[in-house]
Design a protein around this ligand. Structure first.
Ligand code: HEC
Ligand code: HEC
Length: 373
């Protein structure tokens, strides 16, 4: 609206200027002036910006999604290929029946869709499995942040007794991979300077490399990069509501989360909260009930929600966040609007990139599956 008025004022001033300077024409008189174009339609509410001046700043502090994709692209393809094999490798589990993909199904937006995950011998864990897509961009890994990056994180589940259940010393993992010549050769080639190329550390590096390529740009990212048509008006209203309600005080950056810890129940005690989160790791009372603010990319595809998977739907999660993290009661219309926005965070599954590779055969030396506890 303001722009239109400015332009009109300019045009009028310009017309006057012309008249003043216009000398009696020596050239033949100009053709009679064309009829004035019809006046522009009266401006509607559409012309008012939906997105507030500061809204987008919540998401532009850290690296952009494009920068993250680029960084992933620079990692050695051979290392990424080995990481993909290990990601699907059930022989990294004690009974040869669980892989990373069991709980983080790549064709299923990186989750298992269960409240809590089941691992070795069907044992239940205590937390919900977060998605592996875009996990690498978060400032720490796990709900409680106990691993600093995806390379370190990848070693956790392999030796977790309720997940893949391999012995913690890592010897069985190394013996398994060394017994299969294709793996032994791949590690040797990728880590030529290591005295022992097949090591837990290098397993983590390979899986981490693969995960750093699991970045999924979404329509939202195009919008914050300046493509104003990437979101519909309704979606933009949802984004603005997300900001106005206060969600962006915690869910920030290109990942819309993954940049900080916050207390669960920041304003009002979170119901039935037994897990102390970060407090159990640091043993400091001030860290009790703090959790990593998770990325919300692909959140519409990763139900159920929260560290304990107790929030079943996105609507429920939005309401609880507003109430307990912000002390606000949101109307059903606001919830609906925010959910419309959250759907713009869904990217595309990189179908070719995640295809399960054919895995090399075991040899006589490969440790046999062990179904025992
Ligand atoms: C038995 C199910 C299970 C298996 C197998 C499993 N995970 Fe997980 N994963 C989980 C659960 C549950 C969590 C959350 C645990 C926590 O925060 O304490 C998690 C957390 C993660 C995270 C952290 C994501 C974030 O947002 O913080 C990453 C990354 C990850 N897993 C990758 C892997 C990789 C790589 C493998 C294979 C080496 C693997 N997982 C195997 C269940 C599993
Ligand atoms: C004070 C910080 C804070 C604010 C404000 C906040 N959140 Fe969260 N959010 C968190 C934390 C911490 C978690 C992790 C919850 C857990 O560990 O169970 C989370 C989890 C979520 C989840 C679940 C994600 C998943 O993958 O399971 C959604 C959805 C969500 N928030 C949306 C919102 C929305 C929408 C708003 C605004 C109404 C909001 N949040 C405001 C801190 C916050």
């Amino acid at each position: 609206m303001r722009n239109f008025m400015l332009i009109s004022a300019f045009a009028v001033a310009f017309m006057f200027a012309c008249k003043e300077e216009g000398k009696p024409a020596e050239t033949p008189p100009a053709a009679p002036a064309k009829p004035m174009p019809p006046p522009p339609p009266p401006p509607t509410a559409k012309a008012e910006p939906i997105i507030g001046e500061f809204t987008l700043m919540s998401f532009t502090g850290g690296p952009t999604i494009d920068a993250l994709v680029k960084a992933g692209g620079k990692i050695s393809n051979d290392l990424v290929d080995l990481g993909r094999m290990l990601y699907y490798e059930t022989r990294l589990s004690k009974a040869h029946d669980v892989s990373c993909n069991t709980c983080h199904g790549l064709a299923n937006y990186g989750v298992d869709g269960k409240t809590l995950s089941t691992g070795h011998r069907g044992q239940l864990g205590t937390r919900n499995s977060p998605t592996v897509y875009n996990a690498s961009m978060q400032f720490v890994q796990f709900w409680d942040g106990r691993a600093k990056d995806v390379e370190e994180q990848a070693l956790g589940p392999i030796t977790n007794p309720v997940e893949m259940a391999m012995p913690v010393d890592g010897k069985r993992v190394v013996a398994t991979l060394e017994s299969i010549p294709e793996y032994a050769d791949a590690f040797k080639k990728l880590f030529p300077n290591d005295a022992k190329p097949v090591s837990m550390e290098n397993v983590g590096k390979a899986i981490g490399a693969f995960e750093r390529r699991l970045i999924t740009p979404a329509p939202f990212h195009k919008f914050i990069a300046g493509d104003t048509k990437a979101l519909t008006e309704e979606e933009q209203r949802g984004l603005e509501a997300f900001h106005q309600v206060g969600c962006t005080s915690c869910h920030t950056g290109a990942g819309v989360g993954g940049t900080q810890y916050q207390k669960l129940g920041a304003v009002k005690a979170w119901p039935e909260l037994h897990d102390k989160g970060l407090g159990d790791i640091t043993k400091k009372a001030e860290d009790d009930y703090k959790f990593k603010v998770p990325t919300l990319l692909n959140v519409a595809k990763t139900a159920p929600y929260g560290h304990d998977g107790k929030m079943e739907t996105l609507e429920e999660a939005v309401k609880m966040m507003a109430e307990y993290q912000l002390g606000k009661t949101v109307s059903d219309a606001e919830v609906k609007s925010i959910v419309v926005f959250l759907n713009t965070l869904t990217g595309e599954i990189p179908t070719d990139f995640i295809k399960e590779p054919s895995l090399p055969k075991s040899t006589a030396k490969t440790p046999k599956p062990d179904k025992k506890k």
